[in-house]
Design a binder for this molecule. Sequence first.
Ligand SMILES: C[S@@+](CC[C@H](N)C(=O)[O-])C[C@H]1O[C@@H](n2cnc3c(N)ncnc32)[C@H](O)[C@@H]1O
Length: 371
Amino acid sequence: MSYTILATAPLGLEAVVAHEAKILGFSEYQVENGRVRITTDLEGIVKANLWLRTTDRILLLLGEFPAYTFDDLFEGTKALPWDEWLPEDGRFPVAGRSHKSQLSSVPACQSIVKKAIVDKLTDAYMTTRFPEDGATYPIEVTLHQDRAMITLDTSGAGLHKRGYRVAAGDAPIKETLAAALVQLSRWRGERVLVDPFCGSGTIAIEAAMYAANIAPGLHREFAAEHFDWVPKRLFREAREQATSAINTANARAILASDIDAGAVDLARLNAHRAGVEPMIEFSRQAVKDLRLEEDRGVLIGNPPYGERMGDAADVRRIYETLGQLRTDHPGWSFFLLSGQPLFERWFGKPADKRRKLYNGRIECQYYQYTR
Ligand SMILES: C[S@@+](CC[C@H](N)C(=O)[O-])C[C@H]1O[C@@H](n2cnc3c(N)ncnc32)[C@H](O)[C@@H]1O
């Protein structure tokens, strides 16, 4: 049976998610705003959840139709084969979003969808009693330009929640964004990689997991594991295969440091939990003391942005240090995510390439200086 899934992507990262999907062997996919639409089978839903490093969630598309009125929304929803997806005891919370649509009241859309599903299940199961005390099937209705999309979330918690980060340090980036920064650097484990602002270690850990071929979702669970029409063995077998695919031969190719000793301890603990501690060399040091010993390498970092009053002078010095490092090491590529508009001026050189990305709500640029 064929399914359409939506691998949701943060703005600016759709092509990165699509590239990953292609490498994983998905052949039918389409890049859209904020997502990649993939046609696949049940095994593909499991694989996408377990293996895609840069997507936020895998949503199963249940239906898509024009909806200008509540009647359209009700009838379009009720027409879907809900009893194929939801068991009699299933919990089905309905979330909603609306953008540029006549049906702009999200709570009203959510309750119409809920009512339409209950109506359909009442006919199908011949009961009006739905205790909702079984597994959770998270439904979402999204209205965009008067088209409704009804989806079932197969991931559950966002996929950035890998399960290894015990506590986050100061301003950590999401695991999915860190994975995307590594993908965009084109680092493939062959050269040394340095993150001199490692904080809680996210970039180094994601790089190590990628180099060691550790599935990002190996140590977490997914909503779809509890769906009664997804055989339990699919997740079990996919995890077994993922476990045997791990290859940590790239040990010691990754260096992570930070000026803050507490951050370094935390990063080490997170790396241990992710199973990659032996692959990363941690140290406490300020970027001004950083020595790049190899002729070639990749530096990836998320330095402070200096958004607080009084921090600008320090941040300026950090960017000047980075610019000088780059001049002194022409064999290295530098990839720096910053929300500081004066980044290039202080770094002393315009980037070869820039990409607008959001770190949480902060608009940033990913400044790329290639060899
Ligand atoms: C935005 S945070 C990085 C967050 C990190 N990517 C993570 O996922 O947790 C910036 C980090 O730079 C460190 N830092 C600030 N000034 C520094 C300096 N001069 N040298 C090295 N690290 C510095 C801070 O301690 C902080 O951990």
